[in-house]
Design a protein around this ligand. Sequence first.
Ligand code: HEC
Length: 153
Amino acid sequence: MPRTKFATRLALAALSALILAGCSSEVADTHPEQPVTKRRDAFKAMLRSFEPMGTMLKDRRYDADAFAKLADEFGRLRDAPWSHFGADTNYPPTKAKPAVWEKPAEFDQRRQEFVAATDRLLAAAAARNEAEVRTTYAAAQDSCKACHRDFRK
Ligand code: HEC
C-alpha cells in the first residue's frame, strides 16, 4: 500500500475511534432513577468548589474568608455522590471501574480516607491557617486521586 494511502487510513481509523469514544460518552442514562447521572453531577458539583480552592493556593492569593466560604460549600457537597453507587448501578455511561462493586470494602476505605482528609481541610479553612490549608488541601487532593486511580476508568 502506498505510504500516503496508509497514512490516510490510519488517520481515518484514529478519527473513527475518536468519534466512537465521543459517542460512548454520550450514551443516555436510561435507568429510571438515573443513579449514574446523579453521582456524576454530584462529583462535578463538588469539583466546582474544590477546584477554585486549589487555584487560589496555586496563584498565591489565599483569601482566608473566601477560602472558608468555598470550604463550607465543599463540606455541604462532599457526601452527595456516595449514595448513588447502589448495587445495580454499574452500567453505561459510567466511568466507574467494576472494582467499585467487586471490592466494596476497599472502595469504602478510600471514601473514609477522603472524608478524614477533607475533615482536616475544613478545619484548617475554618481556622484560617494558610500553612495548614496548604498541606491539608494537598492531602485531600491525593485522596481524590488515590480513589480515581483504582476505581475510575
Ligand atoms: C472513594 C472514591 C472517590 C473519591 C474519594 C473521589 N472520587 Fe471522583 N469519582 C469516583 C468514581 C468511581 C467516579 C466515576 C463515577 C461514574 O462515572 O459513575 C468519579 C468521578 C469523578 C468526576 C467525573 C464526573 C463526570 O463528569 O463524570 C469528577 C469531576 C470527580 N470524580 C471529582 C472528584 C474530586 C474533586 C474528588 C476529591 C475532592 C473526588 N472526585 C474524590 C470516585 C471517587
